[in-house]
Write a protein that binds this ligand. Sequence first.
Ligand SMILES: Cc1cc2nc3c(=O)[nH]c(=O)nc-3n(C[C@H](O)[C@H](O)[C@H](O)COP(=O)(O)OP(=O)(O)OC[C@H]3O[C@@H](n4cnc5c(N)ncnc54)[C@H](O)[C@@H]3O)c2cc1C
Ligand code: SF4
Length: 532
Amino acid sequence: MSKPLLLVLGDQLSLSLITLQEAPDNAVVALCEVAEEARYVPHHIHKIGLFLAAMRHFAQALREKGFQVHYSTLDDADNTHSIITEAERIARLYGCNEIRAARPGEWRLWRAMQQRDNPALPWRLLEDERFFTTPDDFSRWANGRKQLRLEYFYREQRKRTGLLMEGDEPAGGKWNFDHDNRQPIKAALEFPDLPHHHHDTLTKAALADAERHFSDHMGSVDNFNLPVTRRQALVDLHHFIDHGLANFGRYQDAISDSAPYLYHSRLSAALNIGLLSPHEVCEAAEQRYYNGDVPINAAEGFIRQVLGWREYVRGLYWTQMPRYKRANQLGFERDLPAFYWNADTDMRCLQRAIQMTIDNSYAHHIQRLMVTGNFALLCGVKPEALCDWYLAVYADASEWVELPNTLGMVLHADGGLMGSKPYCASGKYIDKMSDHCQHCRYSPKQVTGSNACPFNSLYWHFLETHADPLNNNPRMKLIYGSLNRMADEKRHAIRQQAEHFLNQLQTSPGYGKPCHTAGYAQPTSKANKESR
Ligand SMILES: Cc1cc2nc3c(=O)[nH]c(=O)nc-3n(C[C@H](O)[C@H](O)[C@H](O)COP(=O)(O)OP(=O)(O)OC[C@H]3O[C@@H](n4cnc5c(N)ncnc54)[C@H](O)[C@@H]3O)c2cc1C
Ligand code: SF4
């Protein structure tokens, strides 16, 4: 008779999870805290606290539903501290004769599970059905297409799901309201405050354990305010739908010097660990549009992120791995700038984006793409260094969503599979979309000289360095036209300015590891915390 062990990973905290469906009465559910997963990149302390607290609450909810649950804590003496060996150990402990697991968030684990499958203790691997699409759906859509553009994938998902559809036509008469969604920040705007989540004894203990075990990682649990239960996640969802959604579209691309969240939903972490479903968040946004509470550009803008981008990057990840992770089309070799770990830079936009990351384990999309991402692109930071950083520092980071965004969208390392051109920009763009530059020691209007914004010379330097292959890109024709018309002396001065900047840029091969520039000691994480 079959007695399965149902392995539930830290980002599978949904009662609707396939693994938990049709579970026989004798099944044992396993949830495992393991050091290997917490340390393979130095995850932010909020992210570890989130996983520990949410997993412990989920185990409690499962027990209340009558499941038999084995929960391995970090402190258990017999914990093997690896997901695979821990699942096998628990299976043997309870006399289980198979392990069932849904597709995890990383190819690395999926592969390890496939490799462990054996007749003595089989691993039965199941498709994770909590998304709108499966990797097979994406594969079918991608089959035979030369370019895998989001827009076409997204339209197909709108038709398939009927979200914001009126018959065969998109609601509001257009598929895409991006054009209305590019308003820059205005100092006078007020942003909704976040709900404050109460920390019960389980949450307090989880945060204390995160701090005790991982005190060397970025961040402090003091200001931890992420939802760790389904109930708390629903509070965040309703709060966003009531107070953020109406302005979500308009200010989607804006950046603020002081406000970390603006009108963004901050739902990604709850979505990615399974406390919310993508279906319910899209339906909630759609309902508000049909109630007449929010404009179409807001509802469509939000739904495009979840139904479009989120599904699209997941499809790309699972159909392109493992070779995707090795892509580096522009041949970048630089280590990560050291200040990415401690925000110690006089470039205001970067200082604020990184400090907000240290404080909240969160930065909104445009900070990730056009500030930290854009700077790394212009400096030529190598994909593995940048990907490890994004994976470590954000509470919502899981490789299936982080990797395509970083390697494909930010670094253009996949040769344009994901984006038709690199998202490179000069200081002018940041000045237009944010209120950072008025607080900065550099001027976004100057390209050379000691007060010139470094983004400006780096921008032209990047275009010049990567003219082959980028000047063949039809979407970059205009900008290469400007570069080609530039006087030689100006080009030379810009090149020198950028090279000087890059030569003195201190880099670090990893968190807490020595920097490459002689004479500079990267502050330890403790020093980071004290200097804040
Ligand atoms: C370099 C880089 C790394 C990123 N890494 C991650 C990551 O590890 N995890 C992650 O969830 N998102 C990642 N993103 C996408 C996006 O930045 C975050 O989803 C978003 O900032 C989360 O904040 P929010 O919930 O307030 O999003 P909102 O702006 O409110 O958007 C609503 C939801 O749409 C989804 N979404 C929006 N943009 C994207 C996108 N480009 N890809 C996938 N889903 C999207 C998210 O689920 C998000 O919660 C990354 C983007 C970049 C440029
Ligand atoms: S001047 Fe340049 S470095 Fe300073 S905030 Fe503006 S864009 Fe950033």
